[in-house]
Design a protein around this ligand. Sequence first.
Ligand code: FAD
Ligand code: NAP
Ligand code: SF4
Length: 671
Amino acid sequence: MSFPHLLEPLDLGFTQLKNRVLMGSMHTGLEEEKGGFEKLAAFYKERALGGVGLIVTGGISPNLRGRLAPNACQLSFPWQVKKHTKVTQAVHEAGGKICMQLLHAGRYGYHPFSSAPSKIKSPITPFTPSAMSARQVNGTIKDYASSAALAKKAGYDGVEVMGSEGYLINQFISSRTNKRDDKWGGEFKNRAQFPIEIVKSIREKVGKDFIIIFRLSMLDLVDNGSTWEEVVQLAKWLEQAGVTIINTGIGWHEARVPTISTSVPRGAFAWVTERLKQEMSIPLVATNRINTPEIAEHIISSGQADMVSMARPFLADADFVNKAAANTPELINTCIGCNQACLDHTFALKRATCLVNPRACYETELNFTPAQTKKRIAVMGAGPAGMAFSIYAATRGHEVVLFEAKSEVGGQFNLARKIPGKEEFDETIRYFLNQIKLHKVELRLNTRLDASVVRDEKFDEIVMSSGVKPRAIDLPGFDNPKVVDYQKVLNGEVSIGKKVALIGAGGIGFDIAHYLCESESSTLDLNRWLKQWGIDKDYKEAGGLTAPVPEEKHREVYLLQRKTTKIGKGLGKTTGWIHRTVLKQHQVMTKVGVSYDRFDEQGLHISVDGKAEVLDVDNVILCAGQVSNTELVDEMKSTGLPVHLIGGVDVAAELDAKRAIRQGAELAITL
Ligand code: FAD
Ligand code: NAP
Ligand code: SF4
């Protein structure tokens, strides 16, 4: 067997898990949609059929005050059981097992009736919670237990008690947020009593043969978090209280250290679980940035954990486990950790999906069923849009010929993958290329599609996915070879000096600044990455933080924009702060409200607030957005065949790979 440790069953005594893969909790947004539980059932069923050993649902609140948002899902009353039954039945029919996550948001509740151990506002929510009375504390413990009992009634195989990421239970455990002077506050033993009582009450209600997972915050990554000794002690008390499995939680949501984004090294926190494993006898689950069967197998075979939790990788590919079991890991659609279509959607109160798999959470809506009429389709350009269209159209039975002017597929992803921390983008290119082969798309590299090719061969339709080109700026001196666009820089066509000005501070401006400042990607070197972010593997201080060690500055970079808004405002909700912090670490100088004047031997002449200045730079790099590559549109239309535009050639503004891939998929189901 290819991944023997990962695929080995796990015996929990009263029940067996078929392998060591836990699908971690994710809120999809379907929980609150009208008719969402039918869609949720289809979503989980596909993952169960895909071979996952144990699924954990998104967080469900045990009471009203614990909701994450005013309309968030809650399980407190018998009439709420029925909709959950749809999910559990679907998963069981598919041969899977599923636990419901119990999550009380505490002070992270995004509503005015949130409550917490003490009246202390979190830095990431606008609402100040009320401090729970002793009666409310006792009532909340009972609510957890009743909710778990209802979960059992709904057919769940167990519950996961969310005790990490800075939610209510974490808020009780930590002196950072627990300032109570009653029996639930003060010394650690008192603060730890809340989760222990919750677990005991749940166990009492649900009996022996029901899984209780506790997600334990093993590394808070905030000041005044738990000490290592406290983590170990609590884990032992939880085991005595009746927990079956301990899952790992890393970092509170308010921590200023990235824990799951693409720039976090794979398996970056498995060492934390490994540390606890030496102290425990019940199974432990490792989490965070585990996205391939290889890294998952390594974590289990090397004894770091008994199971691995992967959440987003199951948005990216429902069949992850089956593909690992069939020894075809090269066919897995790998989660690239971008957060663009999952967490960023959740924060915007939109349904979660996946940048690399637009079907995720759309299982009942986006289906590539066989086409009624088979067509021969010419596709212009093998960037994300063209590749996605080609494989989905071929899945439906169309005969697809994919033309790519360059010698490789991937389009601008070939540039993106050169940015430090974006190495994962390689995996998407690998996945699509293998799908192109699998679905027998005829790929013609080094071949520019134009009207003459269309006329020479018989096609029924044309899909243009020719992408974008960098926007040029026409100003005095900008014809100097020292003024270049970002593509030339990433393609290594020019050598760049020690002092540089970047025009444009969108996603690409940020990426280029990072590329020019970081000599080697820290994502590929765990110890260097941990040092860069001030994470202490020796765990000397509570919370596991230490002083960050930045890389020595070797280039002076200015990042400029015309707008007067905060730099990086348009970046992803859950990742923008990371990009801004990285540029600060590298001492990149930013200016807003800039107007550009000219470039000459003195440097770049600009003015800010009407005041002229010269930036003494060797190079100017244009990161000023893109324009659609439309030069062939009229020519293609002149062939008389139907012509469809997707991705950047359709609309360049605010183009990203999420839109490019989804547009490809959505067009494929219509032809
Ligand atoms: P393109 O990727 O531009 O592909 C078009 C393809 O068409 C090219 O391969 C081109 O050679 C080919 N072509 C053109 N004309 C012809 C012809 N006549 N015949 C044959 N082939 C032709 N997006 C994100 O979502 N997240 C990110 O984090 C992110 N980071 C990025 C970082 C960088 C540095 C860059 C440059 C881009 C990044 N992007 C990111 C943007 C993302 O790469 C683009 O949105 C996406 O590639 C657009 O896809 P597309 O298929 O429309 O076009
Ligand atoms: P962008 O986000 O639109 O940014 C373009 C920048 O150029 C802006 O700062 C804009 O700001 C400036 N600009 C526009 N026209 C200009 C002009 N005529 N003269 C001078 N400056 C001009 O585009 P991008 O950075 O090229 O990124 C392209 C797409 O790739 C984005 O939409 C993004 O979604 C995606 N991407 C995403 C990520 C990510 O991490 N998620 C990373 C990279 C790329 P001012 O007008 O204020 O000067
Ligand atoms: Fe992973 Fe990005 Fe898909 Fe989210 S959107 S699951 S981070 S690939």
